[in-house]
Design a protein around this ligand. Sequence first.
Ligand SMILES: [Zn+2]
Length: 233
Amino acid sequence: MPFLVERRLKVRMLDLCSISGYLSTNMKIKFPISYLETCREVKTDKKVVSLTFDDGPCIQTPAILDVLKKHNVHAAFFVIGRNIPGNEEILARTAHEGHLVGNHTFVHTPWFHFYSPSKMILDLKKNAETISSVTGQQVQWFRPPYGVGNPMLAKAVGMTGYKVMGWSLRSYDTYLNNSEKVVERVKRLLKPGVVILLHDRCPNTPGVVDEIIQYAGAKGYEFLRPDILFRSF
Ligand SMILES: [Zn+2]
């Protein structure tokens, strides 16, 4: 197979794995070639899990923060830079209440993965500066739009020094559009060490999070902020 075609195929395969959240640690060992080293979950028997929220800040975010505060749970929010203007208070509150704020690109477009590494870096920098100007904190974690990695992005991330966070339990909240199905899916797939993917932008997210935390708490699970989860196991 010609090299370029083979390479494209490998990228495509890896992208599909990433999109599905199926890229296990074992698969990561098989594909170390210049792709993103991604923290997706930890291997442990201890009942610890993490919550992550993508695509805010937005109108639902304060209600999500209220639920997290009620249960004394800290999570990660991967924010889109273009959503920040007008939502600065929400973002400041997110950081102030002890949640991790991560970079989810400024533009969050499907075309992001076709950018050159230097254009990617400009976007990441713009978002990081926007976040820092509101929160006063440095941004250390990055989550690619759609969870997709490719060699250009790996190069950009390598040059910026971000740690990359994926997930291992995808709630499908953006597709299912049904609180009960989302909660049922998370309940079914919940296991020690998983990192759960949810989205601020889904109207049902506050109620969904409340149910997930109550269920997991009753089963003896503890929620750790994901950077702490990855540091601890
Ligand atoms: Zn996203």
